[in-house]
Design a binder for this molecule. Structure first.
Ligand SMILES: NC(=O)c1ccc[n+]([C@@H]2O[C@H](COP(=O)([O-])OP(=O)(O)OC[C@H]3O[C@@H](n4cnc5c(N)ncnc54)[C@H](O)[C@@H]3O)[C@@H](O)[C@H]2O)c1
Ligand SMILES: N[C@H](C(=O)O)[C@H](O)COP(=O)(O)O
Length: 330
C-alpha cells in the first residue's frame, strides 16, 4: 500500500509549558496503523528532546510524503514566546488555539482522518482574553455543531456527560428536556455506529442525592429526567434510571448497562479517572469529525521531567485510528 494513503491523524501538542509536547515525542516509539502528525513548535520539540537526552528524529510534515518508521512528523506551529516547562505564558495561548484550528481545518477537508488532542490549560487561554471552556465546546463551535457529548472511556467504563465545563451553580438550569434528549440521542447513536453496540443500554444518573428521594431532595428527576426517559423509551432506547449516582457505579448496577450518562462533570469523571487514570480516553461524540483526547491535564508539575505517563495519549491515538477504520471496541 502507498504509505501516503494510510489514515493520517493530527495530534495537537497542547499547552507548551505542560507535558503535551514531551508525550507527543513518545509517539515515535510505537508502530501505528497510519501516519501520526504532531502539531507543535519544532524548536520546542527539539529543546525538550535535548533536555531529556532523547534522540527521536523529527521530519517536517509533507502531505504526500510519509516518513520512515521511527521518525516523527511535525507540522510546525510556531509559538509566540519560548516555552518554559511548568511556566504558563499568556503569549502562547493563541498559538495553542492555532494548532486546534489547523487540525480542525484538516479534518473537515479530509486531509486528516481525525484529531487527537494533548492537554491545554483552559485558564491561561481565558487569561489571554479568549473565553475558552474546553476543546469540546471549542470544537462544537468551530464545526457549527449545536450539541456534542463528552464521553470518557477507560477501566471498563464508558461515562458520558449531559453538562460539561460550567459552574456547578449553573448545572440544574442546563439540564433541560432538550439538552437531555439530544444528549441521549447522540450517545445512543454513537454507541451503535462508533462502538459497535447493536442495542446499547444506558444507565442514567439522577441529579440530586438519592435521585431526589421522591421529590423531597429536589424535583429535577420528576420534572425533567423521568419524562424524557419515558418518552425516549417509547422510541426504542434502552434507558435505565434515573438512578441514584452514589450507587450507580457499584458493579451489580454497572453490569446492567453499556454506558453511564452522568448529569455533570464531577458526578461521572472522578469514578472514571479512579478506574483508569493514565489509560482513559476522552471522545467527543456528535461532531462531524473524529476527535479523541487524553484523560489528564497539563501536569505542569511534571513538565520537562520526562516522568509523565504516555498511556492515555497512546490509548487516544489508538482509539482514533480504530474509529477512522470504522469502529471502536473500547
Ligand atoms: N484534555 C485536556 O485538554 C485537559 C484534560 C484535563 C484537564 N485539563 C486542564 O489541565 C490543567 C491542569 O489540570 P489539573 O491540575 O486538574 O489536572 P492534571 O491532570 O494536569 O494533574 C493532576 C495530577 O495528575 C498528574 N498527572 C497528569 N497527567 C499525568 C501523566 N500523563 N502521567 C503521570 N501523572 C500525570 C499530575 O502530575 C497531577 O499530580 C487545567 O487547566 C485543566 O483544565 C485539560
Ligand atoms: N473534562 C475533561 C477531563 O476532565 O478530562 C477535560 O477538562 C478536557 O475537556 P476538553 O476535551 O473539552 O478539553
Amino acid at each position: 500500500m502507498n504509505a501516503t494513503l494510510t489514515p493520517v491523524l493530527a495530534v495537537t501538542s497542547g499547552e507548551p509549558a505542560g507535558v503535551g509536547p514531551e508525550l507527543c515525542l513518545q509517539l515515535a516509539t510505537r508502530p501505528w496503523p497510519g501516519r501520526v502528525v504532531v502539531l507543535a513548535d519544532t524548536d520546542l520539540l527539539e529543546a525538550r528532546l535535548a533536555a531529556l537526552g532523547q534522540t527521536t528524529l523529527l521530519q517536517a510534515y509533507q502531505r504526500d510524503l510519509a516518513p520512515p518508521p521511527g521518525v516523527l512528523e511535525v507540522l510546525d506551529v510556531p509559538l509566540a514566546a519560548p516555552a518554559v516547562a511548568g511556566q504558563l505564558d499568556t503569549a502562547n495561548a493563541r498559538p495553542v488555539l492555532s494548532m486546534l484550528d489547523r487540525a480542525i481545518e484538516g479534518c473537515v477537508s479530509g486531509e486528516f482522518a481525525g484529531m487527537v488532542t494533548a492537554p491545554v490549560h483552559k485558564g491561561i487561554i481565558c487569561d489571554a482574553g479568549v473565553p475558552f471552556s474546553g476543546h469540546t465546546e471549542y470544537l462544537a463551535e468551530a464545526t457549527a455543531t449545536s450539541r456534542v457529548v463528552m464521553l470518557l472511556v477507560g477501566g471498563g467504563l464508558r461515562v458520558a456527560l449531559v453538562t460539561t465545563h460550567l459552574p456547578l451553580s449553573a448545572v440544574p438550569g442546563a439540564i433541560t428536556p432538550a439538552a437531555l434528549a439530544e444528549t441521549l440521542a447522540i450517545l445512543d447513536q454513537d454507541l451503535r455506529t462508533r462502538f459497535g453496540l447493536a442495542s446499547p443500554r444506558i444507565l442514567v444518573a439522577g441529579l440530586n442525592p438519592h435521585a431526589g428521594e421522591g421529590g423531597h431532595m429536589g424535583r429535577e428527576e420528576i420534572d425533567v429526567i423521568t419524562p424524557v426517559l419515558d418518552r425516549l423509551r417509547s422510541t426504542g432506547m434502552q434507558l435505565i434510571g434515573p438512578l441514584p449516582a452514589d450507587t450507580l457505579f457499584v458493579p451489580h448496577t454497572l453490569e446492567q448497562g453499556d454506558a453511564v450518562l452522568a448529569m455533570y462533570h464531577d458526578q461521572g469523571l472522578p469514578v472514571l479517572k479512579h478506574a483508569s487514570f493514565g489509560g482513559g480516553v476522552n471522545v467527543t461524540l456528535g461532531l462531524p469529525i473524529i476527535r479523541t483526547s487524553v484523560d489528564h491535564g497539563t501536569a505542569l508539575d511534571l513538565a520537562g521531567t520526562g516522568g509523565a505517563d504516555p498511556g492515555s495519549l497512546f490509548a487516544a491515538v489508538k482509539l482514533a485510528f480504530d474509529m477512522a477504520a470504522g469502529g471502536a471496541r473500547s
